[in-house]
Design a protein around this ligand. Structure first.
Ligand code: S3P
Length: 434
């Protein structure tokens, strides 16, 4: 189904908003609860297509998951060795996190499985996990050795390894960690830049012996996972859209409550502060061991920056909305180290550069870098490439453009942010199905 939007302009955003639960944590909560012994409760679960696909797959693997009410799941864990084989394809939909983490977990099972995904996911690189899992003893066949569908051969003995991931990717690291739970001996993973550490933190909370710090994890196979109650905070990647809109549209004042602010996720907010944003964290607290805050944003005059390279992994999903802020800031913004953006749900560097140019921005891009000179934007006809974050980023840009912008192919916003249009309306954005 294709869905287009017509968007903007708006005259100011106001209000106290709440965004859906964190996508990364929701995937992992289902996985760890399924492998735990006993009943886990998940509150604040993201009712997005990506995370529901993961829950559906565990249902196919014999795990009972009840939904007493929306955003809540009761998972009847089957223990580390209790998953049941299923010869049907296991459909991860649009979700790279689902497919890569499951590749690690299923590579360690006694049975075969087949992981499939949608058109976008079937074009995304899987060799980065397959090759490393093979070093631990897993056997995974992929189309052209690289792409989904992934045919996973079970019944292999996995052994712990010292592995450097070479790419800064929490998905790759987490796939290896899931395999390591079943491996003989210790697996030590190092990464070129620290990435989000939810898998590590949630395993520790479930009683698994694991040592970790920025850029390094050591984990042994052969333990047990206890059932837990997960309280999932709002997704900072989703909060980014109304917050950046508030910074950019004059006369705005918005607060998003209960947002996860793990330091590995707050790169965008740091970058915006360097650009002069009036952005504050209030009511900072710990929830289930994770830092959570209410984030307040008021209209600001932003200026361009040279984005510090080290922030990129901590804002990897927020680069598209960061580029919108740069296009409306005064002066020039430069960012490098962006190669990973080419292999997300779409080529995000190319898609953003094209869309911004269509709106009148001056953008130059290279393989892994971009330079954007800020200025006024005009309405345009934009292709989101079926990428949820491109669609929402251009919906924000449109609030500040002259005229009504059409954004094409927006249905995938439901993968990560169900209710985005309703929240946008509540805040005062102009956004409707076209
Ligand atoms: C995620 C890690 C990131 C991110 C994705 C979610 C995760 O991907 O882009 O949306 O949950 O581990 P990479 O690890 O491939 O950078």
């Amino acid at each position: 189904m294709t869905l287009d939007w017509s968007a903007g302009p708006s005259h100011g955003l106001q209000g106290v908003l709440q965004v859906p639960g964190d996508k990364s944590i929701s995937h992992r909560a289902i996985m760890l609860a399924a492998l735990a012994e006993g009943e886990s409760r998940i509150e604040g679960f993201l009712e997005g297509e990506d995370t529901r696909a993961t829950a559906r797959i565990f249902g196919q693997l014999g795990v009972r998951i009840d939904t007493p009410n929306p955003q809540t799941r009761i998972v009847h864990g089957v223990g580390l060795h209790g998953l049941k084989p299923n010869p049907e394809p296991l459909d991860c939909g649009n979700a790279g996190t689902g497919m890569r983490l499951l590749a690690g977990l299923l590579g360690a099972q006694a049975f075969d499985s087949l992981l499939v995904g949608d058109e976008s996911l079937s074009k995304r690189p899987m060799a980065r996990v397959i090759r490393l899992l093979e070093r631990m003893g897993a056997r995974i066949e992929a189309r052209d050795g690289e792409f989904a569908p992934l045919r996973i051969r079970g019944g292999q003995r996995l052994h712990g390894q010292a592995i450097d991931t070479a790419v800064a990717s929490a998905q790759v690291k987490s796939a290896l960690i899931f395999a390591a739970l079943y491996a003989e001996g210790e697996t030590v993973i190092t990464e070129p830049r620290p990435t989000r550490d939810y898998t590590e933190a949630m395993l520790k909370a479930a009683g698994w012996p694991i040592e970790y710090g920025p850029g390094r994890v050591a984990v042994r196979g052969g333990g047990r996972l206890s059932a837990q109650t997960f309280r999932i905070p709002g997704d900072p990647s989703s909060a980014a859209f109304p917050l950046v809109a508030a910074l950019l549209v004059p006369g705005s004042d918005v607060t998003v409550t209960d947002v996860g602010v793990n330091p590995r996720r707050t790169g965008l907010f740091q970058a915006l502060c360097l650009m002069g944003a009036d952005l504050r964290f209030e009511n900072e607290r710990l929830q289930n061991g994770e830092p959570v805050a209410d984030i307040c944003a008021r209209s600001s005059r932003l200026h361009g920056i040279d984005l510090p390279d080290a922030l990129v992994p901590d804002m990897i999903d927020e680069c598209p909305i960061f580029f919108i802020a740069a296009a409306l800031a005064e002066g020039r913004t430069r960012a490098t180290g962006l190669a990973e953006l080419r292999v997300k749900e779409s080529d995000r560097l190319g898609g953003m550069a094209r869309g911004l140019r269509a709106m009148g921005a001056a953008v130059t891009e290279s393989a892994d870098a971009v330079e954007i000179t800020g200025g006024p934007l005009q309405a345009a006809d934009i292709d989101s490439l079926g990428d949820h974050r491109l669609a929402m980023s251009f919906a924000v840009a449109a609030q500040c453009a002259q005229g009504v912008t059409r954004i094409r192919d927006c249905a995938n916003v439901a993968t990560s942010f169900p209710g985005f249009i309703a929240l946008a309306h509540a805040a005062g954005m102009r956004l409707d199905p076209a």
